[in-house]
Design a protein around this ligand. Structure first.
Ligand code: ATP
Ligand code: MG
Length: 409
């Protein structure tokens, strides 16, 4: 026998028995986001590598360690590790700035990151996300957060925690960065390698470190004092305060977390995550924030923006299992041509029906019908002659014979 080829590490098939849950994730996304005026956008799976280097940021894990990059015709291309950069590229390229603000977009699809596969972490995974362009007011931040919680509610997921923080603007953050560096300087040698590397370029990211020894250092009182200090400027503070007042009015519960800095370089002011207590260590289902400088950095006009992305595998693992749908009818007959014609009639009426393509014995067909359908539709010799069908309700075992064109399932 020929050698079997297996699915790659960190990738997974979505099998027919799970696909209805995925349909639900997608259907609810379309329904909910449409209510808020968002339109779906689909961008290519691969883009120029430079888009992600500039768009995601070259101090991030994604760009430094996790990208699937390859050469073709002397160009460096990359499988998208996230979709914000692609959406922003398309926004600029298609001149969407000329549309009246806000421009509201959503997406879903596969993303690729070369990470260590584990529960809740794959190399090909799926995200659903939203991006809103053109509004600098905190009402936009509030709208995308509310949409995220409404989407989760529509999936029956209520046991989730929204965490928010404000990273301030580049100006007020500079001072904060300096203070963080200062207070951590004596501990530099004791920080993990990643933290040492980030210390100069992106000291805020240190707060996000998951290494226990680093966490211990950051929990010390003198360091906590700096981390917990209010560093953001008056305008940023006003933005943050107004966002919180919107969330309060709309009944969105949240906790403030000063350690929440998010892995991507482009955020300013609002950042947020939504976490579940039922996911183990990979517990974030949603991450997002405001990224007012990204459109400009990628060559567009200055345009404020805010958005988020959710991991669909993590959402999927929180959903209750959905019973696979049964067929409306299964035609039981030893005349395959008549069965085929009848099946087409019913399909054209909108019913889901099958018949036995292999024309097995009558009893086998009945057995199959009782497993996969709500009704057995029996077309025996008598029924075919008379233009009737015997309809057997497979739950109650009731059976009636009616004219074929009067059937209602
Ligand atoms: P994490 O802290 O889990 O690595 P992240 O900060 O890298 O997340 P984002 O890039 O903001 O995450 O992506 C948003 C969401 O996408 C995450 O909250 C998570 O639900 C999901 N996600 C990210 N990476 C993966 C992955 N490798 N496999 C499955 N889901 C993922
Ligand atoms: Mg990550």
């Amino acid at each position: 026998m020929a050698k079997i080829i297996k699915v790659l590490k960190g990738t997974k098939d979505i099998l027919p028995q799970e696909v209805e849950q995925w349909h639900k994730l997608e259907k609810n996304a379309l329904e909910i986001f449409t209510k808020y005026g968002y339109k779906e956008i689909r961008t290519p799976i691969f883009e120029m590598t430079e888009l992600f280097a500039r768009g995601v940021g070259d101090t991030t894990d994604i760009v430094n360690k996790e990208m699937y990059t390859f050469e073709k015709s002397e160009r460096s291309l990359t499988l998208r590790p996230e979709n914000t950069a692609g959406v922003v590229r398309s926004f600029i390229e298609n001149n969407m700035t000329r549309l009246s603000a806000p421009v509201k977009l959503w997406y879903k699809g596969p993303m690729f990151r070369y990470e260590r596969p584990q529960a809740g972490r794959q190399r090909q995974f799926h995200q659903v996300g939203v991006e809103m362009f053109g509004i600098k007011e905190p009402s936009a931040d509030a709208e995308v957060i509310v949409m995220a919680t409404e989407y989760l509610k529509s999936l029956g997921l209520n046991d989730l925690e929204v965490e928010i923080n404000s990273l301030g603007c580049p100006t007020c953050r500079e001072e904060y960065k300096k203070k963080i560096k200062e207070v951590l300087k004596p501990e530099f040698e004791n920080l993990c390698e990643d933290c040492q590397n980030r210390y100069e370029k992106n000291p805020l990211r240190l707060l996000d470190c998951k290494v226990d020894s680093c966490k211990e250092i950051f929990s010390r009182p003198e360091i906590q004092k700096v981390i917990q200090s209010d560093f953001i400027c008056e305008e940023c503070a006003e933005h943050y305060k107004t966002l919180k007042s919107y969330l309060d009015k709309l009944g969105v519960k949240y906790v403030e977390n000063k350690l929440l800095v998010r892995g991507l370089d482009y955020y300013n002011r609002t950042v947020f995550e939504i976490k579940s207590n039922n996911l183990g260590s990979q517990n974030a289902v949603c991450g997002g924030g405001r990224y007012d400088s990204l459109v400009r950095n990628l060559g567009g006009e200055d345009t404020p923006a805010v958005g988020w992305a959710m991991g669909m595998e993590r959402l999927n693992s929180l959903l209750p299992e959905i019973e696979p749908q049964k067929l409306d009818g299964y035609i039981v007959s030893n005349s395959p041509a008549d069965a085929f014609v009848f099946a087409q009639e019913l399909r054209n009426k909108g019913y889901n029906v099958e018949f036995d393509l292999a024309n097995k014995k009558f009893t086998k067909q009945l057995e199959k019908a009782s497993k996969c359908a709500k009704f057995a539709l029996i077309l025996g010799e008598d029924e075919i002659k008379a233009g009737t069908v015997s309809v057997k309700n497979l739950e109650t075992s009731e059976q009636v014979t009616i004219n074929r064109n009067e059937i209602e399932l």
